[in-house]
Design a protein around this ligand. Structure first.
Ligand code: AHR
Length: 612
C-alpha cells in the first residue's frame, strides 16, 4: 500500500459522508426506538382489509362477566375508535367479578420491559356514566406477578377525561404486560392508553439503549422515515406527515402495508427531526411524491401534494409565527430544525409519473427554499440526469462478492453535476445470514471504494438499521433488539471503522492485489487536536498478507504515547470463522479488537493482515 500525502492529491471527505438510514421496518420505531410500551394505544389497528381491531389487547373475563367491543365515540376527531367495556359482574350481588376483576391487558410489543425501581407514566382517556374504579397494573406475562399497581377512582367521568398515574416497579420482567381491570358493574369507554418509561433520551421518548447504539456511530446524517415505508404499498398507506404531528393522542396512526404492521405514528416528523438534532446528525427527509408500487397521482393533479411538502418544510424550519412553524413551536421546539436536505421519493425513478411530479416538487421547493438540497431517485452516475438535482440516490444490494466489487462502481462515474447519495447498501442473500463477518468485510470494502471516490460520493448509509428479533421482515440488519436487549451485527461494528472519516482528508493511495481494499485518511481528533493517519484495509482473500505500507510526504510521530492516549494502534474485526454472527448470547463473537502497533509503525512498515 503506497500512500502519497501530497496536498495536491488529497481530497476532503464530506462532513456527512457516513450516516444512518432509519426506516419503520422490522418494528424499528413502533416497538423499537420509540419507547412507548403499549401496542395499539387507540384500539385503531387495522390491516389492508380490516377496518380496525384491538389486537394485541386481550380480554380478561368471560361473556357472563364482561362484553368488550369498539365504537366510534372517541373525543379524538382523527381516531374515533374507542374501547367499550360493558361490565356485567360486580364486587357484590349475584354476579361477583373474579378475583382481580375483569378488563383488558396489553402485552406490548412481544412483552414490556419493566425494571425494578424505574418509573412508568400511564396515561389513558376514560368515560363512563357511572363512577369508575379501575385498577392499573404492570404484571408478568401470565398476569400472576404484580410489578406495580395503582387505581383510578373517579365519581365524575361522564365526559372524556384524561387520567394519569405514575407507577414505580417493585420487580423486573422483560416480558410484562399492562393490565386494566375493574370489579364495578357499568359501562366504561377507554381510549389512547399509553405507558412510557419516564427515563428516555433527554425526555424525548427514545429508548436509551437503542439510541446509544446510534450515537456511538457518530452519524453525519439521518435519512428517514424510509425506504419503502415512505410510499407504502398503496398511497393511502404512505407516510403522511400531517397525520404524525401534534399531540400523540390525536394522531390517527396508519397501517404500514409494506412491512405488515400497524404504527400509531408516535415517531412522526417532529420526533425524527428531534432525533437528528439530538444525534448531531443532518436530517434528510424522504417524502412521497405521489407515486408508489400500486397507484400514482398524475402530474396534472399533483399541486396539493406539493403544497403538503412545502407545509412540511415550513413545519420543520419555518419561523415559529408561521402557520406550520407554530405547530412545531407548540410541540416544544420554537427554534427551527436544521433541515437542509430532502429526497423526492424512494426507488421511484422508473414509475410513470415520477419525473413529471419530481419537477413540480423540485421547482416549488427551490423557489421557496433555494438552499435546500434535493435528492433525485434517478441514477446520474453514468448518464447525466434529464432533470435538475443536487444528489442522485443509489441503492446497492447483492451478495458479498458483488458488494465488494461495487467498491469500483464510482471509479468512472460522471464527475460533474449532482453527487451520489448511496442511501441504502447491504449484503443480502444466503451467504449474508443474519449478518456475518463475510458481509461486514464486503461492505467495508465497498465503503472504502466510496471513500476513494468521495469527490463524487457525498453520503452513504447501510439499511436496514434496526430489527426487532420478533419481526424479521428483512435480513440482515445492523442492530438487533428485543424488549430489553440489543446487540450489533458485524456490519454495525464495521460502520464504526468509518465514523472518523466524516470531514477527514483522504490521501491518494494505491494497493495490490485486488483481493485487498484500502484507504488512508487524515483525521483530527476533537479531543486532543492531534491529526491521526487512519489506514483501513480489507483482506477478502483466504491468505495472510504481510502488507508493506509506504508513506510518502508524511511526518509521522510514531509510538510517542501509549495506545490508551492515542498512540499507534491496530483494530481488527475479529472472529473465529467467516460465517460467524453475533447474537443475544454472544454479542461480541465478531468484534473489533484493538492492540498496540508499537515497534511496527514507521515510514515503511509491514503489518500482518489476517485472511478475511
Ligand atoms: O432496506 C429495506 C428496503 O430495501 C427498503 O425499504 C427499500 O428502499 C429497499 O428495497
Amino acid at each position: 500500500l503506497s500512500i502519497d500525502a501530497s496536498p495536491s492529491s488529497a481530497k476532503r471527505i464530506s462532513k456527512a459522508m457516513f450516516g444512518i438510514s432509519f426506516e419503520e421496518i422490522n418494528h424499528a420505531g413502533a416497538g423499537g426506538l420509540w419507547a412507548e410500551l403499549v401496542n395499539n394505544s387507540g384500539f385503531e389497528a387495522g390491516g389492508e382489509n380490516i377496518p380496525s381491531n384491538i389486537y394485541p389487547w386481550t380480554v380478561l373475563g368471560d361473556a357472563s362477566q364482561l362484553i368488550v367491543s369498539t365504537d366510534r365515540s372517541s373525543c379524538f376527531e382523527r381516531n374515533k375508535v374507542a374501547l367499550k367495556m360493558k361490565v356485567l359482574c360486580d364486587s357484590q350481588g349475584a354476579n361477583i367479578c373474579p378475583n382481580g376483576g375483569v378488563g383488558v391487558y396489553n402485552p406490548g410489543f412481544w412483552g414490556m420491559n419493566i425494571k425494578q425501581g424505574k418509573a412508568y407514566r400511564v396515561i389513558m382517556y376514560v368515560r363512563s356514566l357511572q363512577p369508575v374504579d379501575i385498577s392499573i397494573s404492570l404484571r408478568s406475562a401470565d398476569g400472576s406477578q404484580i410489578l406495580a399497581t395503582s387505581n383510578i377512582v373517579s365519581s365524575e367521568v361522564t365526559t372524556w377525561t384524561k387520567t394519569e398515574v405514575m407507577l414505580e416497579a417493585s420487580g423486573s420482567d422483560p416480558n410484562s404486560r399492562l393490565q386494566l381491570t375493574t370489579t364495578r358493574k357499568g359501562v366504561i369507554w377507554l381510549d389512547q392508553v399509553s405507558a412510557m418509561p419516564v427515563e428516555t433520551v433527554k425526555g424525548h421518548g427514545f429508548r436509551n439503549d437503542l439510541y446509544q447504539m446510534l450515537s456511538d456511530l457518530k452519524p453525519g446524517f439521518i435519512r428517514f422515515p424510509g425506504g419503502s415505508f415512505v410510499d407504502g404499498g398503496w398511497l393511502r398507506n404512505s407516510f403522511n406527515w400531517k397525520a404524525t404531528v401534534g399531540p400523540w393522542e390525536e394522531r390517527p396512526g396508519h397501517f404500514n402495508d409494506v412491512w405488515g404492521y400497524w404504527t400509531d405514528d408516535r415517531l412522526g416528523l417532529f420526533e425524527f427531526l428531534q432525533l437528528a438534532e439530538d444525534l448531531g446528525a443532518m436530517p434528510i427527509w424522504v417524502f412521497n411524491n405521489g407515486v408508489g408500487p400500486n397507484d400514482e397521482v398524475n402530474t396534472s393533479r399533483i399541486s396539493p401534494f406539493v403544497q403538503e411538502i412545502l407545509d412540511g418544510i415550513e413545519f420543520s424550519r419555518g419561523d415559529s409565527n408561521s402557520t406550520w412553524g407554530s405547530v412545531r413551536a407548540a410541540m416544544g421546539h420554537p427554534q427551527p430544525f436544521d433541515l437542509r436536505y430532502v429526497a423526492i421519493g424512494n426507488q421511484d425513478c422508473g414509475r410513470f409519473n415520477y419525473r413529471g411530479n419530481y419537477r413540480k416538487f423540485y421547482n416549488a421547493i427551490k423557489s421557496a427554499y433555494p438552499d435546500i438540497q434535493v435528492v433525485s431517485n434517478c441514477d446520474g452516475s453514468t448518464r447525466p440526469l434529464d432533470h435538475p438535482a443536487d444528489f442522485y440516490d443509489i441503492h446497492v444490494y447483492g451478495d458479498a462478492n458483488s458488494v465488494f466489487g461495487a467498491a469500483h462502481m464510482f471509479d468512472n462515474a460522471i464527475r460533474k453535476g449532482p453527487k451520489a447519495f448511496v442511501s441504502e447498501y447491504a449484503v443480502t442473500g444466503n451467504n449474508a445470514g443474519r449478518g456475518n463477518l463475510l458481509s461486514a468485510l464486503a461492505q467495508a470494502g465497498f465503503l472504502i471504494g466510496l471513500e476513494r471516490n468521495s469527490d463524487v460520493v457525498e453520503m452513504a448509509s447501510n439499511a436496514p438499521l434496526f430489527v426487532n428479533d420478533n419481526d424479521r421482515s428483512f435480513n440482515p440488519d445492523a442492530i438487533v433488539f428485543d424488549s430489553s436487549r440489543v446487540y450489533g451485527t458485524p456490519c454495525y461494528y464495521m460502520q464504526q471503522f468509518f465514523r472518523e472519516s466524516n470531514g477527514a482528508t483522504l490521501l491518494n493511495s494505491t494497493i495490490n492485489p485486488s483481493s485487498l481494499a484500502a484507504s488512508a485518511v487524515l483525521w483530527r481528533s476533537p479531543q486532543n487536536g492531534r491529526i491521526y493517519l487512519r489506514i483501513k484495509v480489507v483482506n477478502m482473500g483466504s491468505n495472510m498478507v504481510n502488507l508493506k505500507i509506504l508513506t510518502d510526504k508524511l511526518d509521522l510521530d510514531v509510538d510517542t504515547t501509549d495506545p490508551a492516549n492515542g498512540g499507534s494502534t491496530k483494530t481488527v474485526m475479529t472472529a473465529t470463522s467467516l460465517m460467524d454472527e453475533n447474537s443475544f448470547n454472544q454479542p461480541n463473537k465478531v468484534f473489533p479488537v484493538k492492540s498496540s502497533l508499537k515497534g511496527i509503525v514507521g515510514k515503511n512498515m509491514v503489518v500482518p493482515i489476517s485472511p478475511y
